[in-house]
Design a protein around this ligand. Structure first.
Ligand code: ADP
Ligand code: ADP
Ligand code: MG
Length: 501
């Protein structure tokens, strides 16, 4: 007999839908909350009940813990799933949910609090033998002292906000001359973005890979790991392409990293789904970075290679069940790649390009999964993260997953906003991505907007072929058997690009 019969999803978009779908499979009814900007959203239509929670800005809607709890009580909700972003890593919220007699589908407030602070996380993890990036173990305030530490670590160093997240509040310092300036910036960014000016110093690993381990823990002390995800393709220290498993992780490293991740989770009495992030240097030494105490954006690649529905596990754990999966039951089967389709202009520093989805046609077919929250004709609001969708492909091996991804990207039809799709296609075909020698510098090192111009755009070619067919059907123009790229038919982006030259 399950305890949870009704879940309120305190989130929006693709992740709200993702969670509701599993709830429905488990015969759990769902409540959506939405802001005035999301009135027509798919997650609102999908839910059994939906409540408008306030105006568009998230501070007045998705971040209103008080309202969310009040609605939950009124609608006899048993449990709240926070998704990612918004209130998902807010220890106070997790505490308030519990105090209100509701179940928080996630870890304890205590675990969120410790791991939400990068310094506290390192301190907790320090109880175990976990490799850490060389750096300070407490906040730095005195510049003179800080520079002595930086010199002893060796430049370049990274100044990092302890309360940071989403790639913000990080400053690379190349040498002592620029230390003061970067420290000022890091502190002011930390205060404005996270309300906490505490910063610390870490050695800047120059050619790292970002590798993270998915963990699941129950409330009885059992913790398992579900292998790694490779997330090194980033812009602004934020992931755009992820995959599982990682081409650079050997079975030995996987086991060692998995053990460390379980220890990190143990160090804060973790239960629920969580992710322990590491960076790995060129010599394959790995170091603990931080732990994210929530469902991660890129969780689908892990689901694909393990066959485990992470949301279902989260719900069962929240109900107090013991983990039914043992470590030895888990195997990696096949390979999965995910690209994040953002409404961003890759040719213009990946700046958000919100607007209306004039055309929106998803790719389909064998090995393709699309997690999204939009439909053709909908607007991408400027108030939130500009992610349109996550496109995930699964194949027997990496090569197959990549070729499926290229095919799926070509099938994806989006117009009205710029997207990261063409950029992702560029990555899929880049030698360094294919051979696996890439690191987190990939975008800075290999990508310029010019690369996008070289991509043959099959969507445009198909459109051209279609138009030519129409013309030839209507008149007497011979129909070419094969279409060549036609200079007259260019995408909006290219047209703009050509005009500006
Ligand atoms: P993940 O860590 O799951 O790979 P991201 O780093 O892109 O994914 O973050 C997931 C979501 O959470 C994004 O919407 C991001 O904007 C948001 N986010 C992450 N950390 C913070 C934070 N400390 N403050 C505000 N938003 C955050
Ligand atoms: P956030 O909370 O913003 O996710 P992380 O500590 O997870 O912060 O770091 C985000 C990204 O920044 C990493 O994936 C990596 O690309 C880069 N990074 C973080 N720490 C280091 C470091 N010490 N050396 C090099 N790159 C780093
Ligand atoms: Mg991180």
């Amino acid at each position: 007999m399950s305890l949870i019969k009704k879940i309120l999803v305190a989130n929006r978009g693709e992740i709200a839908l993702r969670i509701m779908r599993t709830a429905r499979e488990m015969n759990i009814s769902t409540v959506a909350i939405f802001s005035e900007a999301d009135r027509k959203s798919l997650h609102v239509r999908y839910a059994d009940e939906a409540v408008c929670i306030g105006p568009a800005p998230s501070a007045e809607s998705y971040l209103r813990a008080d309202k969310i709890i009040k609605i939950s009580k009124e609608l006899n909700v048993d449990a709240i799933h926070p998704g990612y972003g918004f209130l998902s890593e807010n220890a106070d919220f997790a505490g308030q949910v519990k105090e209100a007699g509701l179940i928080f589908i996630g870890p304890s407030a205590h675990a969120i609090e410790i791991m939400g602070n990068k310094l506290a996380a390192k301190q907790a993890a320090g109880k175990y033998n976990i490799p850490m990036v060389p750096g300070t173990s407490s906040a730095v305030t005195d510049r003179v002292e800080a520079k002595v530490v930086a010199a002893s670590i060796g430049y370049p160093v990274l100044i990092k906000a302890s309360g940071g997240g989403g790639g913000k509040g990080m400053r690379v310092v190349e040498n002592e001359a620029e230390f003061d300036e970067q420290m000022d910036r890091a502190v002011s960014e930390a205060i404005s973005s996270f309300g906490d000016g505490a910063v610390f110093i870490e050695k800047y690993i120059t050619s790292p890979k970002h590798i993270e381990i998915q963990v699941l823990g129950d409330q009885h002390g059992n913790i398992i790991h579900l292998f790694e995800r490779e997330c090194s393709i980033q812009r602004r220290h934020q992931k755009v392409i992820e995959e599982a498993p990682s081409i650079s992780v050997t079975p030995e490293i996987r086991e060692a990293m998995g053990r460390c991740a379980i220890d990190v989770a143990r160090s804060c009495g973790y239960y629920g789904a969580g992710t322990v992030e590491f960076i790995m240097d060129e010599r394959r030494n790995f170091y603990f970075l931080e732990m994210n105490t929530r469902l991660q954006v890129e969780h689908p690649v892990t689901e694909q290679i393990t066959g485990v529905d992470l949301v279902r596990q989260m719900i069962k754990i929240a109900e107090g069940e013991q983990l039914a999966i043992r470590q030895e039951d888990l195997f990696i089967k096949g390979h999965a790649v995910e690209v994040r389709v953002y409404a961003e202009d890759a040719s213009n520093n990946f700046l958000p390009d919100v607007g209306k989805l004039e055309t929106y046609v998803r790719p389909q077919g064998n090995g393709v999964r699309v997690d999204d929250g939009f439909e053709q004709g909908m607007e991408i609001p400027i108030y939130y993260d500009p992610m349109i969708a996550k496109l995930i492909t699964y194949g027997e091996n990496r090569e197959e997953a990549i070729s499926k991804m290229t095919r799926a990207i070509d099938e994806y039809q989006i117009s009205g906003v710029q997207t990261t799709l063409e950029f992702c296609r560029f990555v899929m075909q880049h030698e360094v991505f294919v051979n696996g020698t890439f690191d987190t510098n990939f975008v800075n090192q290999f990508f310029t907007p010019k690369n996008l111009l070289k991509q043959p755009d099959t969507h445009i070619l198909q459109l051209a072929a279609f138009m030519t067919a129409k013309i030839s059907a209507a008149g007497d123009i011979a129909r070419p058997t094969q279409m060549e790229p036609d200079a007259a038919i260019v995408s909006k982006w290219r047209a703009r690009k050509l005009n500006s030259n």
